[in-house]
Ligand binder design. Structure first.
Ligand code: SF4
Ligand code: SF4
Ligand code: FES
Length: 586
């Protein structure tokens, strides 16, 4: 059985409809399937199930497609067995047992939905709701709260409780980005276990006793670890909420796009939640080979940059040396140009440099934040067709690798740049190009997805010598402001493609937003530029580009968008080395 459980564990996936009551006579032992040496065979609601030895009844049930409702169990955390929601009936055991902590045994006959079990579940629900404030109309978790889902599926729908509820503190900051509503908490301890077992930061504890028990932080230790948002993900109710998302949207309006975080070389699998063409949150998507169930706060908040930094939306042209163009009135609005003339001009400027100074007068700086498709077309058009002899990729590093996910390498597709033949990120190669531009040896420069200021070797004086500066980027930047032709590219969430993470796993990024203004994906801009240099390949879609790359690059052989699916696949070398085992460095 996969160590990753199916969607019901994901906080933003509503609980499936309950299985219909099954209350028949015990099935015959003869119905048990054959089990291998490391397996056990059992019957769950009359369905024969073969589970791995050591699997719990709850995990075996999931494998059989039977939902056993649960709050405190989470597949990425230790088993606490404190909510009692997962009680099931097991033949020959007089009392109901908790499915999350009972090992599946050979020949076991389990009933998860008969009248006895459903009666107890309704009782647990009633007990949990005694002191619950029932503020669902204002609760941000409405629509993905397990209390709501299970109450409608298993609850009795009324309360016998007439006394005053216990009141606890509401809506207070428990950490930088997390708010806590103590009244909603059902004390499942998932958040505590996350801090103790995964982030290893140990900020949370359970204090007091009985109906006054409360989750809290230790004095002077707010919930401030780099993964604090994961406590919100694991909270099965609306007790912990993520401040940047609070009251931004009802979850049923959100469309979740399964994609990959581009914050660092890990490439955590995420769901990008969009509504009305805007990203409202990013949450982790389970992938056992990459990020298990988690993501860091930095990645979770990375989309905010999209709305904070200015974009440019249409191609921009400025006079280049030798152009017969009147200097522009500084107070006049930025000239805008449609794509074709801008691409014609970019091609003409680069061709003129090649004619005047030979191909050695050209160089390109290309970002490893681009997709494989972007980089592959860049290599073909700039390297092979235009004959640019030097294509360099700047490295971006910050902080340190940590014990869990974070990587110091902040270029999400460094391995992709190397795989398509542009080369690994190298500060030295970038420095050499920029210094040569200052000296006047490089006269034509193509910059894709990078701002030159801040790169090694950068000097303001390099612009004086450049006869052609063609920039493709999604942000406005000082480099875009100096470009002779600047072409607007799609930003994160607006383009599709693939990247290769530091483990050598190829993963798909998907688009969930319409491109801003006239922005186009980088591969398409480069393809259109390539047509002006004689590119004859038809690349109607990023899928077509990937297929071409997979046909020509040995490391990508055998891969396709279909083969990558939602969880990606290792490069050919890793596939040969390990079959079914996690990639090295996982
Ligand atoms: S805050 Fe949420 S995750 Fe933590 S114990 Fe309470 S209900 Fe469970
Ligand atoms: S570890 Fe890296 S890839 Fe994962 S969420 Fe954080 S920034 Fe994104
Ligand atoms: S999920 Fe089994 S006791 Fe909570």
């Amino acid at each position: 059985m996969s160590e990753i459980s199916p969607p019901p564990h994901q906080p933003n996936v509503p609980a499936p409809a309950p299985a219909p009551p099954v209350d028949r006579a015990p099935a015959a032992a003869a119905a048990l399937p054959q089990a291998g040496p490391d397996e056990v065979a059992l019957l769950i609601d009359d369905r024969p199930v073969v589970a791995k030895k050591g699997a719990t009844v709850l995990q075996a049930a999931e494998k059989a497609g039977v939902l056993v409702p649960h709050y405190c169990y989470h597949p990425g955390l230790s088993i606490a067995g404190n909510c009692r929601m997962c009680l099931v009936e097991i033949e020959k055991m007089p009392k109901l047992q908790i499915a999350c902590a009972t090992a599946a045994a050979p020949g076991m006959v389990v009933r998860t939905a008969n009248d006895r079990v459903r009666g107890v579940r309704a009782g647990i629900q009633e007990f949990l709701l005694i002191n619950h404030p029932l503020d669902c109309p204002i609760c941000d978790q409405a629509g993905e709260c397990r209390l709501q889902a299970y109450e409608s599926a298993y609850g009795q729908g009324y309360s016998r409780f007439e006394e005053e509820k216990v009141h606890s503190p509401k809506r207070y900051d428990i950490g930088r980005d997390v708010k806590f509503d103590a009244e909603r908490c059902i004390k499942c301890t998932r958040c505590i276990r996350f801090c103790d077992e995964v982030s290893l930061s140990h900020e949370l504890g359970l204090f007091q006793r009985g109906d006054h028990a409360i989750i809290g932080t230790f004095p002077g230790r707010p919930l401030d670890n780099p993964y604090s948002g994961c406590t919100v993900d694991v909270c099965p109710v609306g007790a912990l909420t993520w401040k940047p998302f609070r009251f931004k949207s009802r979850v049923w309006f959100l469309k979740n796009i399964p994609t990959v975080c581009a914050g660092c070389a890990r490439g955590c699998n995420v769901d990008l939640a969009t509504f009305r063409d805007r990203i409202h949150r990013m949450t982790p998507r389970a992938n056992p080979d990459v990020n298990r169930y988690w993501m860091c706060d930095e990645g979770r908040e990375s989309y905010a940059e999209l709305y904070e930094r200015p974009r440019f939306e249409s191609p921009v042209e400025r006079p280049a040396p030798g152009d017969r163009v009147e200097p522009r009135d500084a107070s006049a609005p930025e000239p805008e140009s449609p794509w074709d003339p801008a691409l014609d001009r970019a091609a003409a400027l680069l061709r003129a440099v090649a004619e005047r100074h030979g191909p050695k007068g050209l160089a390109a700086i290309v970002s490893a934040r681009l997709t494989i498709e972007d980089l592959y077309v860049a290599k073909r058009v700039l390297g092979d067709l235009l004959g640019v002899p030097r294509l360099a990729v700047p490295p971006h590093e910050a902080g340190e690798d940590d014990h869990l996910l974070l990587r110091r390498d902040k270029t999400p597709n460094a391995r992709g740049a190397d795989t398509v033949g542009i080369g690994a990120p190298s500060a030295g190669r970038v420095k050499e190009i920029l210094e040569d531009a200052v000296l006047g040896h490089v006269r034509g420069l193509v910059v894709v997805g990078e701002d030159l200021t801040g790169l090694p070797g950068y000097s303001e004086s390099l612009y004086e010598k450049l006869e052609a500066l063609v920039v493709i980027d999604w942000w406005k930047s000082p480099t875009v402001d100096r470009a002779h032709v600047a072409l607007p590219a799609c930003g994160y969430g607006e383009f599709e493609g693939t990247m290769i993470n530091f483990q050598g796993r190829v993963q798909r990024l998907r688009a969930g937003l319409r491109p801003q203004g006239e922005a186009d994906p980088v591969w398409r801009i480069l393809r259109d530029l390539g047509y002006r240099f004689g590119l004859s390949s038809e690349y109607p879609t990023p899928r077509a580009v990937f297929e071409d790359a997979a046909a020509k690059i040995a490391a990508l052989s055998g891969l396709s968008y279909r083969a990558l699916g939602d969880l990606g696949a290792p490069l050919a070398a890793a596939r040969e080395r390990t079959v079914g085992a996690p990639a090295p460095g996982a």
